[in-house]
Design a protein around this ligand. Structure first.
Ligand SMILES: Cc1cc2nc3c(=O)[nH]c(=O)nc-3n(C[C@H](O)[C@H](O)[C@H](O)COP(=O)(O)OP(=O)(O)OC[C@H]3O[C@@H](n4cnc5c(N)ncnc54)[C@H](O)[C@@H]3O)c2cc1C
Length: 416
């Protein structure tokens, strides 16, 4: 048991994982979340085996298995649905832990329930938005009650900003940073109950840099149907309004661009037609920063490394941040040194992923196929060599810390 108190601003995937992790390590933690009654918002998200390992060590392995779909395969296809590259994922790829595709809101609520059970409801304070902080012997933090407008104050030994892409903590550390960087692409996203496609455990990405779809099941439903997450992504010329995870878009807009994307293994227009709500989100990230930790204050998850959603990384990396920050706090009694170590360990690889994702990550193989065979192909080997494909896919996996041996053989970050 460490005599340390931590305030976590933000009860998303990263902040809640941190709360569970600190509690497991015997460190006192209070979570402040701006939303009063968190609802299961969002659509699909992917948890890579490296993050599933951490959540399993936090005692959530069974809950994840009940909620998500263990993804077994990733197919990269061209815009006609022809297979460019297939790879095994999760347990099938030799990891000791599965990869889960899961509803982001269901995951958040699953984590929130566990946090409330373990650290006590009184330590999860919702409806309070961080507005500022000051560092002295301890960190004094100010919040505003979003309903009453009244101010609330608290203090602790450490403040962690896990408050997402619009992080108020980051804004105070980098006041001149401005808005996220828009990559001139829109994402249209939905989750819909439908017949499973392929083997029911495959994630498929089809298309090329300027227009593509990402589709995968995220849950089972009654009557043998699956909850299927789809994302249509397209280059656009207009500047979108500020990003909002809950902004809806008309079906007709999506069908106008993707209405012809009907493959032998997937009827995308039918999925679009059946979707009750379709959300629009601009493809954004932020430039890497030179430091996350400043004295007793640090950043985690999207607040630290907001990245384009390529390669299913953002949620998984937030969970790894949580575990490595916990480990750093356990290793020394000097909080500032611990936060510096966490920063030095995590920031360089995360900044690298931000840059790699801007270059299409492992999906670069699809762009090669589009450039070399825009009308499709009889045999993919005539278009891209196996060596080229392996190079593109394997180099991303290594950079993201996802190669099988690294995940399976490394010692636990926190468990003794
Ligand atoms: C509503 C929503 C829906 C999403 N849907 C998807 C999706 O469908 N697919 C996907 O891949 N990713 C989605 N994401 C992003 C994804 O959750 C993150 O990229 C990733 O999980 C990293 O999580 P995070 O905890 O760092 O950030 P987030 O998940 O963004 O969580 C940040 C949390 O901080 C809270 N917060 C913000 N400002 C303050 C403040 N000043 N004080 C206190 N709390 C604050 C927010 O309400 C939020 O709960 C969504 C995020 C949100 C917030």
């Amino acid at each position: 048991m460490k005599n340390l108190e931590v305030i976590v601003a933000g009860g998303g995937i990263g902040g809640l994982s941190l709360a569970l992790s600190l509690h497991q390590a015997g460190i006192a933690v209070r979570v402040y979340e701006a939303v009063r009654d968190p609802l299961p918002l969002g659509v699909g998200i992917n948890l890579q085996p490296t993050a599933v390992r951490e959540l399993t060590e936090l005692g959530l392995g069974n809950a994840l298995a009940e909620t998500g779909i263990a993804t077994r395969r990733l197919n990269l296809c061209n815009k006609f649905g022809q297979l460019i590259h297939a790879e095994r994922r999760g347990l099938d790829a030799g990891y000791r832990w599965p990869q889960y595709s899961i509803h982001r809101g269901a995951l958040q609520l699953l984590l929130l329930r566990a946090v409330r059970d373990r650290i006590g409801n009184e330590n999860v304070r919702t409806g309070l938005r961080l507005t500022g902080f000051a560092q002295g012997r301890r960190v004094k933090v100010r919040f505003i009650d979003r309903q009453s407008g009244s101010e609330h104050r608290d203090e602790a030994d450490v403040l962690v900003g896990a408050d997402g892409i619009h992080s108020a903590v980051r804004h105070r550390l980098y006041p001149a940073e401005g808005a996220p960087r828009f990559a001139r692409q829109m994402l249209w996203r939905a989750a819909v109950e439908a017949e499973p496609f392929l083997d029911g455990q495959t994630m498929a990405i089809a298309g090329h840099f300027h227009q593509r779809i990402i589709v995968y099941p995220i849950g089972k439903t009654r009557g043998g149907k699956a909850l299927i997450n789809w994302i249509c992504q397209k280059t656009v010329s207009h500047q979108p309004p500020r990003e909002d995870w809950n902004r809806r878009v008309a079906k007709e807009d999506v069908l106008a661009a993707f209405g012809g994307w009907k493959f032998s293994w997937l009827n995308l227009p039918a999925l679009i037609e059946q979707s009750p709500d379709i959300y629009e989100f601009p493809l954004v990230d932020r430039d890497p920063v030179a430091a996350w930790s400043f004295g007793k204050v640090t950043l985690l998850g999207d607040a630290a490394h907001p990245m384009q959603p390529v390669g299913g990384q953002a949620g998984s990396q937030a969970i790894l941040d949580a575990r490595m920050l916990t480990r750093a706090l356990l290793q020394t009694d000097d909080v500032a040194i611990a936060l510096q170590r966490y920063d030095l360990e995590r920031r360089p690889p995360m900044n690298d992923i931000i840059e790699r994702n801007r270059n299409f990550g492992p999906e670069a193989a699809m762009q090669l196929a589009e450039e070399r065979a825009p009308q499709g192909f009889a045999c993919i080997d005539d278009v891209i060599s196996r060596h080229e494909l392996d190079t593109v896919v394997a180099s991303f996996a290594r950079a993201a810390g996802l190669d099988v041996d690294t995940v399976n053989l490394r010692p636990s970050y926190v468990m003794r």
